[in-house]
Design a protein around this ligand. Structure first.
Ligand SMILES: [Zn+2]
Length: 411
């Protein structure tokens, strides 16, 4: 999914060799020119030529190892990128300005004109235009935008899948990527929030270097995203990874998707809070449940462990079908760490997997916050042949601390 622009055209002209070097650095991290040459089969002279050209463009730089060996690493140094996360209740836009190394956040709920308004495409566009204006004034214009949608994107239509329309009613039947490309005239990537969170974990977190990776994000919803050979796996319809709507209990609660007993209705914040009805001090959020569990609350520990068991049941089936090498558990539930992971690993379905020799490793996700937003950044980097090998502290929080964190919802 690409857009026309002079910069894009220039980049599209890059040879396959350049792409190969960039992809290698993206998957492997900082590497010497000799390593790049060996891995790609390109001659040392060719690699040197490509690296010098990419350095001139500000796309790579040298990182010195022991003051002797220069490693080539991805480094975006001159331009700006915007990411937008659209949830049921808010639009969160972030300007990543690599020229001054500063992040600027805009949250629709902080703006009087949008305070209580349901997200619309024009609202998202307005926020992007505001950030683009800041970027232009700094002399680091936007070179790409990535839109993360809290809902599945049907790749046959480019719009949100019909069963999620009720959650984002103003986006119904909008061909999202076309809409933003038409109005922005820069490359635009559109993807599901859970897919993008998976790409962030693959790029800079628990899935780094893994050729077959599945990331599960659990908070108000449950989303899954596969990254296979360095790319998000969408499946033919775009709905691959929708683990939240795997049916775990035939007679379970009705889910908004129309099925019964989906993992989403059994292992999300609401399900966890509903399982704790008789607390002296009622818990209001999953964070509170995790905090109490970590401080010895037996009931909270139990419900989180049982959530792990349910995840184990679902993931065992996924492992049998897709065989990912690594599965990471992220989102708010990831903060529960061993309490949830203990339940997951203790589930009979996961134990049974070992009997058939499945070598899947389960890890806690490493990117604690903003995984979707950072994954959006990774996705547009890839689209426009840019990248970074590690996250810098300025990318992780807004320069203005008054801007609150966005919604943590995952479809
Ligand atoms: Zn469902």
């Amino acid at each position: 999914m690409t857009a026309p622009s002079s910069k894009r055209s220039a980049r599209a002209d890059r040879s396959g060799n350049v792409q190969e070097v960039l992809n290698f650095l993206r998957a492997t991290g900082p590497s010497s020119q000799a390593t790049i040459s060996r891995a790609t089969g390109l001659s040392r002279a060719t690699v040197n030529h490509i690296v010098q050209a990419l350095r001139d463009q500000g796309a790579v730089q040298y990182e010195w190892k022991n003051k002797r060996e220069a490693l080539v690493c991805l480094a975006s140094t001159k331009e700006s990128i915007v990411t937008v996360t659209v949830t049921e209740s808010a639009v969160h836009a972030i300007l990543f300005d690599f020229s001054v190394q500063e992040r600027t956040d805009l949250l629709s709920t902080h703006l009087p004109e949008y305070h209580d308004a349901a997200p619309t495409p024009s609202m998202a566009l307005d926020l992007i235009h505001r950030l683009a204006s800041i970027a232009r004034q700094r002399g680091a214009p936007l070179v790409g935008a990535a839109i993360a949608i809290m809902g599945p994107i049907d790749r046959t239509t480019g719009a949100i899948a019909p069963w999620a329309w009720q959650r984002l009613p103003h986006w119904k039947q909008v061909e999202i990527q076309k809409y933003f490309v038409k109005n922005l005239r820069i490359p635009v990537i559109v993807d599901n929030d859970a897919n993008l969170a998976a790409l962030a974990e693959w790029s800079w977190g628990a899935g780094r270097g893994c050729s077959d990776f599945l990331n599960i994000t659990c908070a108000q919803g449950i989303g899954g995203g596969f990254v296979i050979n360095g790319a998000i796996y969408h499946g033919g319809t775009g709905l691959a990874g929708e683990i939240g709507h795997m049916v775990i209990e035939d007679a379970g609660d009705l889910c908004f998707c129309g099925s019964r007993g989906c993992l989403t209705s059994l292992a999300t914040e609401r399900a966890i809070l509903n399982a704790l009805p008789h607390q002296t001090v009622p818990k209001r959020s999953l964070e509170e449940v995790i905090h109490s569990a970590q401080h010895g609350d037996a009931a909270c520990q139990r419900v989180l462990s049982e959530t792990g068991l349910r995840l184990g049941k679902a993931l065992a089936t996924v492992v049998r079908v897709m065989g990912p090498r690594v599965i990471a558990i992220g989102g708010v539930l990831g903060h529960a760490g061993d309490i949830v992971m203990g339940g997951l690993r203790a589930s009979s379905e996961i134990i049974n997997l070992k009997a058939v020799g499945a070598g899947t490793e389960f890890r806690v996700a490493e990117i604690a916050d903003n995984a979707t937003e950072l994954g959006a950044l990774a996705a547009i980097f890839k689209e426009i042949d840019m990248g970074i090998n590690s996250l810098s502290p300025w990318m992780l929080r807004p320069a203005d601390p008054g801007v609150a964190e966005p919604s943590r919802t995952v479809a």
